[in-house]
Design a protein. Structure first.
Length: 610
């Protein structure tokens, strides 16, 4: 397998140069350098969840020989050599959300932290290379690596990551001729940096003590890439069962593999046991409740469909409101997107008046399964504390919205939610002058905090569109024949006709394959547009969408026009936008808004006081 992987890498890098008639497109960095563009503003890159490397500094005896070796990222060799030991070093303390006793795993510093996720799989590498072509190097380019497993405030408490970022921005500002910094956060790094914007101006001990005006003085632009501002619905599914669409399909095709105890593993149970200790995932739960994501009968995307047959007519730039540009998502069948979790196909379709209600108080203190014995294996999840009868009651033809799904998670994962909700909030502020919003748990929610007083600081929402993206799920109960197992799973038997938004138990909307357009674009399109209560100084906002175009052949690798969540980082149009702003351009100079999706129409449907 490794030999095949390296052979494919060799062919990818060497074959195009040997083929007659195949011309590798000139990179944006090389072309813009010829046009005279040079590095102006320092650039700070902020990685998201999962993509940053982690290394071992202290571990258990089973980790002998792994000091300062990558546990996350790179080749993942230790996953195959000693999987249970590997998991035991990635898990965090179930009470504190910090290091377990005797274990220290830390973020790898520098650009190497997240340039490549694995050999040959770039994350930031292509953007870094293009920045280098116009003059960027170590003195004006910085990767703000942090331990993405931790809650945002805990990255400061344990590692002083926010203080280090503040000091680095101040140093780059001074040593680069007092030029403001351009910050480029990606995915969860977007809400991490939003937390930083509030933290840096807040007085100690809770904040960084930069004082009012720090952001206005030091930051030219925040270019949010694949932003998760309003959360991601698949986070609910991940916390509930450890599944997304890919895991669910694998489970259906290879029945029993993930449930088997081959080599002593209960794969999904172990994944759930570990990932539920990563408090950062709580920042990705849907924010804004039913106001943003819809209720049992309504959602902002209710008129969308998923027919991508028109996706080949892709304009390369500029606004396009033509019928061709709008036809890629056509209405095929009504989907109740607001029902993020439905137990059974009927619950996803029935009128809300016919659905049973969910009362979380009914399940408080529900006991564990008394029949669960030690023979069930050593893996433990919070489901072991809940009886099978209680589990059955959760799933009695019920449907859950963005609001009630949080109640469901509080019932099935109480410790996870209690720990996480001490660090994150998912509501909408009624009065931002209420002193409670000075607490750090609100700082990463754009609906419960204000942007800093920085009228010249530009805010960009840059994201791909045109790829079906997970929005809601139909679940079922797992078989009863196995104890200490996850009791819920996506029901892949629920399917509809070709061209529908609903396939294999999952409904889809427009997005970048990971983040729906609604979450990525709403704040720049409406929530922060002009002077609003969330943007009182009127910082200018821009929406820049990139229509997905898959590579024409294997020789194009992951594509230079991709809109996929990570592959966007290699999109030439996206890279050009970053380089131009870093070289001094503003939003108007690069064309202002570039919108192909229905984000404006969706935003207008959301009744949010601004």
């Amino acid at each position: 397998m490794c030999t095949i992987w390296w052979l494919l890498l060799f062919l990818y890098h060497c074959l195009p140069a040997t083929l007659p008639g195949f011309q590798v497109p000139e990179s944006p960095g090389a072309r813009l350098k010829r046009e005279g563009l040079t590095a102006q503003h320092p650039v700070v890159l902020v990685p998201g969840i999962i993509t940053g490397g982690l290394e071992l500094w202290e571990g258990k005896p089973c980790a002998e020989g792994l000091f300062r070796k990558r546990l996350w990222g790179g080749t993942f060799s230790e996953l195959f050599k000693r999987p249970l030991c590997w998991l035991d070093h990635l898990i965090l303390h179930n009470e504190t959300g910090l290091d377990p006793p005797g274990i220290r795993v830390r973020a790898i510093p520098g650009l190497v932290s997240a340039d490549y996720f694995a050999p040959g799989y770039f994350v930031w590498a292509v953007l870094i290379e293009n920045l280098a072509k116009i003059g960027y190097e170590g003195k004006n380019l910085y990767m703000a690596a942090y331990d993405w497993r931790l809650s945002f405030q805990n990255t400061e408490i344990r590692d002083q990551a926010l203080s280090r970022l503040k000091s680095k921005i101040e140093l780059m500002y001074v040593t680069n001729g007092y030029k403001k910094v351009v910050v480029v956060p990606h995915s969860m790094g977007v809400v991490y940096f939003l937390h930083f914007l509030k933290w840096v101006e807040t007085p100690p001990p809770m904040g960084g003590g930069g004082g009012p005006g720090w952001c206005s003085k030091h930051i030219k632009a925040v270019m949010n890439v694949g932003p998760t501002f309003l959360g991601v619905p698949k986070t609910v599914s991940n916390i509930l069962s450890g599944e997304g669409k890919d895991i669910a399909l694998f489970r259906a095709m290879f029945s029993g593999v993930l449930e088997s105890e081959l080599l002593g593993l209960q794969t999904l149970e172990h994944v759930l046991r570990v990932t539920r200790t990563w408090d950062s995932t709580m920042s990705l739960l849907p924010k804004g409740g039913e106001t943003i994501w819809g209720n049992l009968d309504w959602s902002p995307e209710e008129e969308e469909g998923c027919d991508l047959s028109k996706k080949k007519s892709l304009p390369s730039s500029g606004n396009d409101n033509s019928s061709d540009a709008k036809k890629r998502f056509q209405v095929q069948e009504s989907v109740n997107y607001g029902r993020i979790i439905s137990f059974g196909k009927a619950a996803s379709k029935l009128p809300s008046s016919q659905l049973p209600s969910f009362d979380s108080k009914e399940f408080v203190g529900a006991g564990g399964d008394k029949n669960s014995g030690s023979s069930c294996g050593e893996v433990w999840t919070e489901y072991d504390e809940i009886s099978r009868e209680t589990i059955r009651k959760f799933a009695e033809n019920k449907a859950f919205t963005a609001t009630t799904a949080l109640d469901l998670l509080r019932s099935v994962a109480p410790k996870t939610m209690q720990r996480g909700e001490a660090h994150f909030s998912h509501g909408i502020a009624d009065d931002l002058d209420d002193p409670k919003y000075e607490h750090y748990k609100y700082w990463s929610n754009p609906l419960e905090t204000r942007l800093p007083n920085a009228p010249d600081m530009e805010i960009y929402c840059l994201y791909g569109i045109g790829i079906p993206t997970e929005r809601s799920y139909v679940f079922k109960l797992s078989p009863k024949d196995k104890c200490k197992s996850i009791p819920f799973r996506i029901d892949t038997s629920v399917d509809v006709e070709e061209g529908s938004c609903f396939k294999k138990g999952v409904s889809f909307v427009d997005g970048d394959e990971s983040v729906p357009v609604l979450s990525a674009g709403f704040m720049c399109a409406k929530g922060w547009r002009g002077k609003t209560r969330f943007n009182p100084s009127g910082s200018p906002t821009y929406v820049r969408e990139y229509r997905h175009k898959p590579p024409a052949s294997l020789l194009e690798g992951r594509g230079i026009e991709s809109g996929s969540h990570v592959d966007l980082m290699g999109n030439y149009a996206f890279i050009e936008d970053i380089l131009r702003v870093a070289a001094g351009a503003n939003g108007a100079d690069i064309g202002g808004d570039q919108i192909y999706s229905d984000i404006i129409k969706m935003s207008e449907k959301i009744d949010l006081p601004l």
